[in-house]
Design a protein around this ligand. Structure first.
Ligand code: MCN
Length: 780
């Protein structure tokens, strides 16, 4: 045990991540590392048209090339909320009748190597009668626009309104009304490992074994079983090492259905490993929000209300299990941010376009909503001549108002938001920066500082998901704690570690409850035949839900171990305690290993009537199911070259609060990773489409991701307000880092260019966009 753990237990210890050894040594097993004899590789033939009627598919080799006609019984992926007003767009694994975006699967070619499969794919002819593409969400809704799906009168999956308070009265009385439009452009999720799937029929087990790079094997099994028409007990899903997902591996995708169908049809093991071009062109896309908002306020900077219209570009199809509506409802409800106001009225439009389908990406809708409200707050501050940080301070929900229900209906549970803002203000030394700005820079660059405050709903349970009309309601998690005869522990959990360090942090919780060394604990996940049902890892839910289930299961196990220990020590249970891997009584101690031996293989040492085994399964759902809100403030300091438009991030400060930290080192890592992705959204990453629906960034030559040189040293300050109602007082935090950077950086760049009157309305802030903004402001 470390010195820390001796005195405090394992919760809160900066333990090195157990999983990193194999990753650093290159010894991990990703889907592409799995070897199966007789494997056939897949190359997909994908649509080159954004919208068109599909004609004949000419196959050079009918035994090795497959299209929709070969799978008449495959069911479409059918995603979407259970709302009567939602129009679903069934997503067939192989396009039928029509294609709806560039990259959609038309046919699959099988060969012993990928190169051979690709050569075969080159020979497949696809007839398409092109139709007009739909690429702009606002135009898509206009009368006369081309219609993508039958039964969609205006291309909208759904229109919905979030309204609370009397916005008309606020608008009539407000001394200041400030209307602005903002756009967050389309991105891909770009995990280090792309997607991948391998499937074969196991004759001994009489089941389809599917190795899948996914964030949740159990939930994907439900979707796959529906699409394939197989009973779930004939589907065995295994997620081996998964090299990141960020939301993109939390949706059932057509490649996954297609590979399983091909394995069933051919009787051969079949595998597809996504390449980067496929990832950027046809995997889960994200962000692409358009905001038109009016902020109402007093001349002293008090916010009164917000009215807005949000267009979400959902791409061509809705994905299972949650369709694209989640983005719109989250954007609308998060638009007021952590600020107090009296009225909110937001109309949302979730629009189908000729683009790859949209799914969640770290932060889901919140980076867009945060960008819009935080940019608008800065605009307000400039309009009324106040320091932007000061406008934030006077409007933030205060610690004594908690719990506080925002006008967007978010139940903020605890924390000190103004203090987080104050911390980052101090960390970047706002007063000194203002002096530096006045003095100017020798090299002609302009310095700017920008702030953004965010909240992150985490660990939300059944009530919240029911409200969202989700097809599945991830209101609980489960864990099995199994002590083996030598006193070591197996933890089986339904969530999926895919970079979050959960193998370590969940082991720390079990270690805390059982006073075991975490290295005597193995955490197992990602296998539907091994682990109890779980929903997987997304929505920053694992530490609350899975951590809670692990705490409960190991606590029950510790309780039974103490009862066995007391019996062996001939002591009263009340006089025993569990410490240092042993049960201690008044007259001695007995190790967990001896207790485990009795429970598993020497039943005669158990108390009379006690069933054998130390094997406990528990589920966990917090009583408060509206979620636990982590929060934070970010401050970015940038230097902008007004001529070239190049932005350099000089300093970046974060003050955040996620309640009790199980492993503060992992928390820091999660923040750093999230901020890196947020900087990508702010400055670099974009998948534009041309008017014909052709994607213009399908290689890393065109799609820029930030690398180490683009990232400043991040400075992190933690506030710790333990949550009420979770085990140990934890709140989730895996997405928070990605939420605020686009807003903080865009505010900083607008601040830097204030003398020119140039401001930023759109991400990413490419040099072209920034220099164009300067030129436009200067009247060039
Ligand atoms: N943690 C902690 N104490 C807390 C909160 C969290 O020690 N108070 C630790 C947890 O133990 C866990 C990690 O921080 O090891 C993240 O926990 P949590 O906030 O519960 O988030 P999840 O584990 O549910 O992860 C999901 C979240 C999401 S939604 C995305 S998207 C995301 C993210 O995590 N994708 C990731 N982080 C990622 N990190 C990597 N490397 N790869 C991804 O794909």
């Amino acid at each position: 045990m470390s010195a820390d753990a001796d005195t405090q237990g394992w919760v809160g210890v900066r333990l090195l991540r157990k999983e990193d050894r194999r990753h650093l040594l290159g010894a991990s097993t990703f889907t592409a590392d799995v070897r199966v004899p007789g494997l056939l590789e897949v190359a997909f033939v994908r649509s080159q048209f954004a919208h068109g009627r599909l004609g004949a598919v000419a196959k050079p080799d009918g035994a090795r090339v497959f299209s929709a006609e070969d799978f008449p019984h495959l069911k479409p992926i059918d995603g979407g909320p259970e709302l009567p007003s939602f129009r679903a767009a069934p997503y067939h694994a192989f396009a039928r009748d029509k294609v709806h975006f560039v990259g959609q699967i038309v046919a699959a070619c099988l060969a012993p190597t990928r190169a051979q499969a690709e050569d075969l794919a080159d020979q497949v002819g696809v007839e398409v009668d092109a139709l007009p593409a739909v690429v702009d969400t606002v135009e898509a809704l206009a009368p006369g626009a081309a219609i993508l799906h039958d039964g969609f009168p205006d291309n909208a999956f759904i229109h919905a309104t979030v309204t609370e308070g009397d916005i008309a009265a606020v608008a009539a009385a407000a001394p200041v009304a400030l209307r602005r439009t903002f756009r967050m452009n389309r991105q891909a999720t770009v995990s280090l490992e792309g997607r991948g799937v391998l499937a074969y029929w196991d004759h001994r087990l009489d089941e389809l074994v599917v190795t899948l790079s996914t964030q949740g094997a159990h939930v994907m099994r439900i979707g796959l079983a529906m699409a394939l028409g197989l009973p779930e007990h004939k589907l065995h899903l295994i997620a081996p090492d998964v090299g990141g997902g960020f939301g993109g591996k939390n949706r059932l995708m057509p490649e996954e259905v297609a590979v399983c169908a091909l394995a069933l049809k051919t009787g051969r093991p079949v595998r597809w490993i996504e390449d980067r071009r496929e990832h950027l062109m046809a995997s889960v896309h994200c962000r692409e929000h358009h905001y038109d908002i009016t902020l109402y306020a007093t001349r002293e900077g008090r916010l009164l209300g917000l009215k807005g219209e949000v267009h979400i570009d959902a791409g061509a199809y809705s994905l299972w299990p949650s369709g694209p509506f989640m983005e719109a409802s989250m954007a609308a409800r998060n638009l007021p941010g952590p600020y107090q106001m009296q009225a909110l009225h937001v109309e949302t439009h979730t629009v189908a376009t000729s683009k790859a389908p949209m799914g969640p990406y770290r932060g889901v809708a919140r980076p867009g909503a945060c960008f819009a409200i935080e940019r608008a707050v800065d605009e307000l501050a400039h309009a009324i001549g106040m320091e932007p940080a000061e406008v934030r301070r006077i409007n933030l929900v205060g610690p004594h108002q908690m719990p506080y229900r925002t006008i967007g209906g978010m139940q903020l549970d605890s924390g000190d938001y103004p203090q987080a803002l104050e911390r980052v203000r101090e960390m970047v030394d706002l007063a000194a920066l203002r002096r530096r700005q006045q003095a100017g820079e020798d090299d002609g660059r302009r310095i700017g500082v920008g702030f953004a405050v965010y909240t992150e709903q985490s660990g939300h349970g059944a009530a919240e998901w029911t409200k969202r009309k989700s097809r599945i309601v991830p209101g609980y998690e489960s864990a099995t704690a199994r002590m083996l005869p030598d006193g070591t522990l197996l933890l089986l959990v339904g969530i999926q570690n895919h970079g979050q360090g959960l193998e370590t942090s969940l082991a720390q919780i079990a270690a805390q409850e059982l006073s075991l060394d975490p290295h005597a604990i193995s955490v197992r996940y990602g296998d539907t035949a091994l682990t109890p049902f779980g929903f997987g890892t997304f929505a920053s839910r694992s530490i609350v839900f899975s951590g809670g289930a692990v705490a409960r299961a190991t606590r029950a196990l510790a309780d039974k171990a103490r009862r066995i220990g007391a019996h062996l020590l001939q002591a009263d249970v009340a006089d025993t305690r569990l410490a240092d891997g042993a049960v201690h009584g008044p007259n001695g101690k007995v190790s967990l290993a001896e207790i485990a031996r009795a429970a598993n293989v020497r039943q005669e040492f158990l108390p009379a009537g006690m069933p054998p085994l130390l094997d406990e399964t528990a589920t966990y759902e917090p009583e408060e199911s509206g979620g636990f809100f982590s929060y934070g403030a970010h401050a970015a300091v940038v230097a902008v070259d007004p001529e070239t438009g190049v932005t350099t991030t000089l300093d970046y400060a974060i003050a955040e609060d996620c309640g009790t930290m199980i492993n503060p080192m992992i928390v820091d890592g999660q923040i750093i990773g999230g901020v890196a992705q947020g900087i990508g959204t702010a400055l670099y990453e974009e998948i534009p489409y041309d008017a014909d629906g052709q994607p213009l960034a399908t290689t890393f030559g065109d799609y820029m991701v930030p690398c180490a040189p683009e990232l400043p040293a991040l400075r992190i300050h933690h506030l710790v307000t333990p949550a009420h109602g979770t085990e140990y007082g934890v709140k989730g935090m895996g997405e928070g880092g990605a939420i605020a950077p686009p807003a903080a950086i865009a505010n900083a760049v607008s601040d830097a260019l204030r003398d020119f009157g140039a401001r930023i309305w759109e991400t990413p802030l490419t040099p072209r966009r920034v220099s164009d903004a300067v030129a436009a402001a200067c009247g060039d």
